[in-house]
Write a protein that binds this ligand. Structure first.
Ligand code: SF4
Length: 297
């Protein structure tokens, strides 16, 4: 849905939390560079771009009032045809094929496939902007939690993580010529360190292969475990992201019972404490789950 609701909604990242890899080609974040930028300069450029491009609460309120986004559905007896922007085409094209081949070669998972995202074809092919985007999921394709909005496979005992995954992910990213990535994952409550070591290793491998690349880690809540949060926070990432997913009142309805608002906020606070100065922290909320203007304000 987000891909059809104008550039404003494009800012609403695919929620997926946990261990996925979101890939953005160079052109989406900074002007083409003939020489690699120093790291701090690249991060400064990202900060400027976020300040200029990111929607504010007022943008969302305006969007709610904008009748362009109202859809007439007719009645049960006389349903109206769905608008064109609501329909997606079957995935295909050169970019889609290239990304899919590389992912299969390296045995990498994408949240796009695991979550059966209807926008997969457009994102992988570049869509209206020509910018191909994919989201790779690390730590396997099976989650130990069961959030109600999520279609990822779940199990109490998923297979162990692939020890080669951090290297494979780093090599794939480096070969695609990107300069900003988001790594996310499924939750791994079954592992002694909840996958935090694997996460940190993936970030480190990417930074070793391409030090100028900006890395966002979109992590699970690690059940609030301080050591896990610290491990990822000091791994060399540029952005520590963890999604609170929904407003406080709807946490138990929307998320797995092991997740909660306070725990997620505490994880973000811990990351602020442990991550080196200048590291960004970030969270996202899904709208449309039943929140009211009062609860979301
Ligand atoms: S079930 Fe919940 S924790 Fe697991 S991948 Fe889906 S959203 Fe993330």
């Amino acid at each position: 849905m987000h891909s059809r609701l104008t550039p404003l909604l494009r800012h609403l990242n695919h929620r997926n939390h946990s261990s996925l890899l979101h890939l953005r080609p160079k052109s989406t974040l900074s002007p083409p560079q003939s020489h690699p930028q120093p790291h701090s300069q690249t991060l400064d450029s990202l900060r400027r771009r976020l300040a200029e491009d990111s929607p504010s609460l007022d943008d969302f309120i305006r969007l709610q009032r904008n009748e362009d986004y109202s859809v007439e559905v007719g009645t049960k007896k006389n349903p109206l045809p769905k608008p064109k922007w609501m329909k997606e085409s079957i995935p295909g094209g050169e970019k889609y094929t290239r990304i899919k081949k590389k992912l299969r070669e390296l045995k990498l998972h994408t949240v796009c496939e695991e979550a059966r995202c209807p926008n997969l074809g457009e994102c992988w092919s570049g869509g209206e902007t020509g910018t191909a985007t994919a989201t790779i999921m690390i730590l396997g394709d099976t989650c130990t939690r069961g959030c109600r909005f999520c279609n990822v496979k779940t199990s109490r005992t998923p297979p162990p993580p692939d020890p080669n995954e951090p290297t494979n992910v780093a090599e794939a990213i480096a070969s695609w010529g990107l300069d900003y990535i988001v790594i996310t994952s499924v939750d791994r409550d079954d592992l002694p360190d909840q996958g935090s070591g694997h996460f940190a290793e993936t970030v480190q491998k990417i930074k070793t292969l391409k030090p100028t690349m900006l890395v966002e880690a979109l992590v699970p809540d690690f059940r609030g475990d301080t050591a896990c949060v610290e491990k990822v926070s000091v791994s060399g990432l540029d952005v520590f992201a963890h999604n609170i997913e929904t407003v406080e009142e709807l946490q138990s309805v929307v998320r797995d019972r092991r997740a909660n608002f306070k725990q997620s906020i505490d994880v973000l606070k811990l990351a602020k404490e442990y991550a080196p100065a200048g590291t960004l922290t970030k969270t996202s909320v899904m709208l449309g789950c039943g929140e009211t203007p009062r609860s979301s304000g």
